[in-house]
Write a protein that binds this ligand. Structure first.
Ligand SMILES: Cc1ncc(COP(=O)(O)O)c(C=O)c1O
Length: 455
């Protein structure tokens, strides 16, 4: 039978006959049906992860997992040692202080000075249950600081869970895809949204999940200046701290420093995750660093929401207390141990995570060799850096359709549709794939290409 697939034509799933798929069509169809998902290709990260495991169980074929940003490296040893010692000393018996253990707060403030060249007082460095909770607590509070401003702005593409958090909190959202507004073009676009007067805060990740675009100092300055002009809080998500491997930001107290809006904005919050940079995702401990100015600021409207008027107190007693009453005592000591080793120059985290960038290069080569293309391919005129994520697509496909189709070839990832992207494609995560699986990936991509000839 003649394939109906043509370059430039949006393909309907199963228009073509697959011959080289590794998951039998009837097996996949049954698993898809049993999942009850309304659209396989638009499923969230965890849903795709479960589907891939269900397909593995049903077919006996191991997947190439590129959906979940789980670290693929062992946890930083300094953290494990500090955590074990803390548990042995008996911290498990008592509630941790809601604003964090003093030793961790001190190391967090030192870290911010050493690697961002910013001053944030230890009092304003707050542990959270992953930066996930840092974001949730921030949304809870920033959504109620000013009765006139009810909207959160996302500089996208972004991490889908943040929008889900706002959704469950009932916080109105706006977003735009930054790709067409890089450099000085960002000013006009951002100002057109901020001048509506309804935005209370804005969030982006840098390096960016999912595109791996890295904002420059020039762009962060624009964001900071406009945030000051329109009195907007900036939430800077540093989940991939220091992982723009084109530069080396990993030496304490030595330039270059990880670029940050903190150089330009008065009212900012930094979310410093331990999950990726230190491979400590399992212990769920991150730092929410609030600029000294913002922490001390009075927001009279906040009182009606949580009985607190001072921003820092709102975060602590209006959000973190009702959420979890603090962060696991021993996990705080773990993070303190890692930060101390990094601050003292004993542990260089970059040496470990560099592996993600090396794998990204090999994986991208395999995709390109099979006729795929990189969706977000440029970073201000330079090829996008190799890091934790990259984005790709195949001629004629929309992202969601491609996600589903690639599952027949034992490859799982998420669609950019779920990330606020204007472009069609898929996000690939480089962390879980092992070096010896890259040839398997390459072979499956070639099989996919054989079944989907580009005309
Ligand atoms: C951009 C971004 N922000 C936040 C998080 C969550 O980080 P944590 O594990 O510290 O909660 C992730 C995790 O993948 C992420 O990609």
């Amino acid at each position: 039978m003649q394939s109906e697939f043509q370059f430039g034509k949006v393909l309907k799933i199963n228009d073509i006959i697959m011959k080289n798929n590794v998951i039998p069509v009837e097996v996949a169809k049954k698993v898809f049906k049993d999942s009850n998902l309304p659209c396989i290709g638009r499923a969230g990260i965890r849903e795709i992860n479960k589907l891939a495991f269900d397909l593995e169980a049903a077919s006996g074929v191991k997947f190439i997992h590129m959906e979940l940003g789980n670290p693929g490296l062992p946890a930083a040893q300094a953290g494990i040692d500090a955590q074990v010692e803390a548990v042995k000393k008996g911290v498990a018996a008592t509630y941790p202080p809601i604003d964090g253990v003093p030793a961790l707060k001190k190391e967090a403030s030192r870290f911010i000075k050493n690697f961002l060249d910013l001053e944030v007082a230890p009092a304003n460095c707050i542990p959270t249950v992953g930066s996930m909770q840092g974001a949730f607590a921030s949304f809870m509070i920033t959504g109620h600081i000013n009765k006139e401003k009810n909207t959160m702005l996302f500089i996208d593409p972004g991490f889908p869970v943040h929008k889900f958090q706002c959704k469950v909190l009932g916080i109105p959202m706006e977003q735009f895809d930054i790709y067409n507004y890089r450099g000085e073009k960002l000013r006009e676009k951002l100002e057109s949204i901020l001048k509506t007067g309804k935005i209370h805060s804005m969030l982006y990740s840098n390096p960016n999940n999912p595109t791996w675009v890295c904002l420059t100092d020039e762009e962060l300055k624009i964001i900071g200046e406009l945030a000051n002009k329109y009195d907007v809080i900036v939430l800077e998500d540093l989940a991939y701290f220091g992982m723009d491997f084109r530069k080396d930001y990993s030496h304490p107290g030595v330039a270059p420093y990880q670029p940050t809006v903190g150089k330009y904005a008065d009212n900012y919050m930094l979310m410093i995750s331990s999950s990726k940079a230190f491979s400590f995702a399992g212990e769920r401990c991150a730092i929410l660093a609030i600029s000294d100015k913002l922490a001390a600021r009075h927001y009279p409207d906040l009182k009606a929401f949580c009985g607190q008027e001072i921003f820092l107190r709102g975060i602590l007693f209006g959000a973190l207390h009702p959420l979890t009453s603090g962060v696991s005592h021993s996990a705080q000591y773990a993070l303190q141990g890692v930060l101390k080793a990094v601050n003292d120059g004993i542990y260089n985290y970059r040496d470990d995570v560099l592996e993600y960038g090396k794998k990204a290069k090999l994986m991208k080569d395999a995709f390109l060799a099979a006729g795929f293309y990189i969706t977000y391919d440029e970073d201000l005129g330079e090829p996008i850096a190799d890091g934790f994520y990259f984005t790709y697509c195949y001629p004629g496909f929309k992202g969601a359709d491609l996600v589903e189709e690639m599952m027949y070839y034992g490859i799982s990832a998420i669609s950019l549709d779920t990330c606020g992207s204007d472009k069609q494609g898929i996000r690939a995560c480089t962390s879980l794939i092992k070096r010896d699986e890259i040839p398997v990936l390459a072979e499956r991509l070639q099989m996919f290409a054989k079944d989907h000839p580009i005309k």
